[in-house]
Design a protein around this ligand. Sequence first.
Ligand SMILES: C=C1C[C@]23C[C@@]1(O)CC[C@H]2[C@@]12CC[C@H](O)[C@@](C)(C(=O)O1)[C@H]2[C@@H]3C(=O)O
Ligand SMILES: O=C(O)CCC(=O)C(=O)O
Ligand SMILES: [Fe+2]
Length: 360
Amino acid sequence: MIVPSLNTDTSMNSKATRTKRKTKEETTMAIPRIDLSMENRSELSEQVVKACEEFGIFKVVNHKVPREVILRMEEEGAEFFAKTSSEKQQASLPNPFGYGCNNIGNNGDVGDLEYLLLHTNPLFISQSSKSISNHPNKFSGAVNDYIEGAKRVACEILDLVVEGLGVQDKFALSKLIKDVQSDSVLRINHYPPNMNKIKQSTWDWDMDPCATSSSKLGNTNNAIGFGEHSDPQILTIMSSNDVAGLQATTHHGIWFTVPPDPPHFFVMVGDALQVFTNGRFTSVRHRVLTNTLKARMSMMYFGAPPLNWWITPLPEMVSSPQNPSRYKPFTWGQYKKAVYSLRLGDSRLDQFKVHHDTPY
Ligand SMILES: C=C1C[C@]23C[C@@]1(O)CC[C@H]2[C@@]12CC[C@H](O)[C@@](C)(C(=O)O1)[C@H]2[C@@H]3C(=O)O
Ligand SMILES: O=C(O)CCC(=O)C(=O)O
Ligand SMILES: [Fe+2]
């Protein structure tokens, strides 16, 4: 049961916001909190499955990733984003990786953010660190430790999912992101403060490389930091600094805020996990609104299989004739190609759905 609770998120609750937006869209849900130190494993796996089914997003506490590992990653991110625009532009890596500002993907999506997108392959990290940081070893050390920690949490959650669903192969999903060929990526997002709120009348928008046309025009009350979308991968592991902005939708399409909680991780169900569970889980649609005086920084680990891995429902999810596969088989590489040919907010899984009343 999803229980709406009082919205205590002040950054989303300014007077202007209250009058501008419908209260229906202002709800804060008490999203599930999963305590990984819980000893009763079957209860834990039940809780994880329920959280994936009902919300597609939940908080994980007692995850054992040292606070210092998360802080070091955050510090490295902050150091990078504090550089000048031309220094940051030097971190250009093969598309879609490297530094990006305002543009998301290749199809015209924009947001009030800048970011670093990196493949999690250690060789890729060590190579790209040279163009990102003046202290490449320090940077790559922090990034690799963060990836290791986030990957461990992702594997633990996936093992609990598999257990809770009664899947025989205990590592059916975690083995995909542990694979050396895994296509997992790391994204560090930086959402500058909402300049309109700071009311810097002297701000020179034309000199600001990250100013969008909307911010130049002053349309920045609740500007879109990162537009509505679902993550294409299996599972997303996210941490952020203490600045709000993330929102997600219920399965009924009601937006709710996800208040930040820095020592903990948030987990989101991605499109590939929706297919592996034959639609028992639904990937969560989410977005980021920037409406604060402080910069938000988020660190996202997107756990993905190798490019040649087939994305099809786990055998136990299609074990009866009443429960046929709802998706045509495709590889992760094919899916990525489709993802990158579409806009951020598109429902990309639609083209892979089987319509059971018509033969395919
Ligand atoms: C507009 C786009 C950016 C994106 C690729 C896409 O064509 C559609 C999905 C986007 C997304 C969302 C989650 C992750 O941040 C991301 C890295 C991913 O795998 O899919 C981004 C892609 C991106 O920014 O390159
Ligand atoms: O920055 C955030 O909190 C979320 C960003 C996001 O959804 C993404 O990078 O895919
Ligand atoms: Fe996302």
